[in-house]
Structure formats: C-alpha cells, structure tokens
Design a protein around this ligand. Structure first.
Ligand code: 2RA
Length: 329
C-alpha cells in the first residue's frame, strides 16, 4: 500500500538522510510533501529522480492527503505542529525529545519493542540516537539475564548537533564564536550535551536514563549516564557497564549478541578488532565490542557500542518505524 508522506525539516541533516534512506529501502511513497523553515522555502530536492519544492511549514500544511509525517525539525516545531498534524488525522513520527516521555506516546526501536506501536494515539517518538544504539544490545541481556544497573559513558560526534556541529568542528581552536558549542570542539572534548538541569545532569543524560527504562519497559533498572561531545563527524560511541541479575558465561554473551537482530560483533582485541566510528559511518548496524567481564562487581559486564547516529540513530530508525506502521495499520 502506498503512503502519502510529509517530511518536516526536509533540508536538515537528518531530513536529507530520511529521503536518502526512503529511496534506499524503496519505501512505498505515493505523494511526497517537503516542509522546512521560511529560509529554505522554494529549495528543490531530488527524490526518486523527481524534483520536489520545499514549502514553508505553517498550520495549513497538513490540509492535504498526508498519511504519515516524519518530523526532524527540533523540539519547538514538534511541540507546535505535531498536535496540529495529529488533529488532522495524520500519524507523526517525531525525532525530537518533546513527546518521548509522554505515557500515551510509543517510543520505538523496531528491533527492541515493535509491538509498542500498536497503542499509538497519533504521535510516535523516535528515541535519542545514543539511546537507540544502546538498547539494541541491552534488550537481549535484559531478556536472558535481567539487568539491575547500567553506567553509560558516551562519546558523541558533532553531527548529533546537526549541520552547525559539523561546521563548528571545522573552526579549529581559536575561533571566537561557535554555532552549537560553548567551547572549541576541535582537539577537545566537551562534557555537555543539551542543557544542564538542577540535578547536575544534562538533558541528554536524563534522556538516556529515562528513555532506556521506557523502551525496555523496566523502570526498576538503576541507570546513570555521562554524555560528552567529541571531535568526530559521524558515529556515536557508548561505553556501557552493566550489572546483570544472574550469573553468565562470557561465551554465552558472545553467542547472544551474535544471534541478536541489528548487531554486528567486532571483538578480536589481539588483532586490534573493535568498533570505531569510522567503521559504523554510513551503516545501519550497531557494532558491539570490548565485551568483557567487569571483575569488580558480581555479574558485571563491560561492552563498547558504536552506531551511525544520523542513520540508525535517527533517519533509518524513523523509516523502520514507518515500515512497522505500514505493517501493522
Ligand atoms: C546529540 N543526541 O548528539 C543528541 C541529539 N541528536 O546532540
């Protein structure tokens, strides 16, 4: 069945990748409508050999036969326009953090919790990129052993901040002004992603904590996180220290990951084989390595998780949710 599709934020980094991945996966698009801010109005974007004109988003944008609207235009746009689209009977798949923690909004990683899409009420949220790549190996661990605690440390590329992040990386150390960061990011690491909260955490850290519990449907898991920006263009890395509830053999962990959907195990330290951003860039798999027991606690496990934050972390996951939507509705 063909789908009338709207893309909100079509000219952004994720928006452009959404179109690329819709083409790659031959998603059944009937009519396509592209929306962005006034500064992009009139831009031409090619899709499946045809030119499409970008329209300025406004409250009348959804007064046409659109079935599904994919949003990647920031939280403020989602807050205003997702409800308008929903009222007009469209289904919204939103990349922003705005709706993720609403109890009536499914937060979906198709390899992890596909059935949660069944009770959507018009808005479905795409999780944060570093959360998506983390829950993919955590799900089989939760199912097989139960998880009691997770410590996340992340190393997130500048493309997570969009086109402005990529520009800031090129500005070097002495530039007086940066679009996305409070300090130079080249030759540096900034332990600050999104805004700081009163509890000393950043919103990005609280996203990882809260979204992981929601997607794994287990609010009792104890989680802490430290998220940092690193001078890499594409590909987020996550170190996860995990305390399992039950005992395990490390060989069984390798077997479990090797048979889990969406995962490629790259783990042969003697031959310098482990996941790195340069291996994950442009791919949709989540790469797991440095798998080893944490001898400092009972049932402790360390893993290193790398994924392309723009593809599987945003655009591909969004398209996979759209494919799930067609499958179920
Ligand atoms: C970041 N995860 O990396 C956030 C949003 N993409 O900036």
């Amino acid at each position: 069945k063909k789908v009338n599709l709207g893309i909100v934020g079509a000219t952004g980094l994720v928006g452009r990748n959404l179109l690329k991945i819709l083409e790659e996966r031959n998603f059944p698009v009937d009519n396509l409508y592209l929306f962005a801010s006034s500064k992009s109005k009139g831009e031409k974007i090619m899709f499946k050999g045809e030119d499409y004109i970008v329209e300025e988003l406004n409250e009348d944008s959804f007064n046409r036969p659109i079935d599904l609207a994919l949003f990647s235009a920031g939280g403020a746009i989602s807050k205003t326009y997702a409800p308008i689209a929903k009222e007009k009977g469209l289904v919204v798949i939103d990349n922003s953090s705005t709706w993720r923690m609403e109890p009536w909004v499914p937060l979906i990683v198709p390899e992890v919790n596909p059935k949660d899409i069944l009770n959507h009420e018009g808005i479905i949220s795409n999780p944060n990129c570093s959360t998506i790549q983390s829950v993919i190996p955590l799900k089989p661990l939760e199912e097989a052993y139960g998880i009691s605690r997770i410590i996340f440390s992340t190393y997130q590329s500048v493309s997570g901040s969009g086109l402005g992040g990529l520009e800031d990386l090129e500005k070097g150390k002495d530039c007086p002004y940066f679009k996305k960061y409070p300090h130079p990011i080249s030759y540096n690491i900034i332990p600050h992603i999104d805004d700081f909260l009163d509890n000393g955490y950043t919103k990005e850290e609280m996203k990882m904590i809260n979204e992981t519990k929601k997607i794994l449907n287990n609010p009792s898991i104890k989680i802490t996180a430290t998220t940092a920006r690193v001078p890499v263009k594409y590909g987020h890395c996550v170190s996860a220290n995990i305390e399992l509830k039950n005992t395990f053999n490390i060989e069984d962990i390798f077997t479990l990951f090797n048979k889990s959907e969406g995962i490629d195990v790259l783990d042969d330290p003697k031959n310098n084989v482990y996941p790195m951003p340069i291996l994950a860039e442009g791919k949709d798999k989540v790469y797991i390595g440095r798998i080893r027991r944490d001898f400092s606690v009972e049932n402790g496990l360390n893993i290193w998780i790398v994924g392309d934050n723009i593809r599987k972390g945003a655009a591909t996951n969004t398209v996979q949710i759209a494919e799930l939507f067609i499958k179920y509705f």
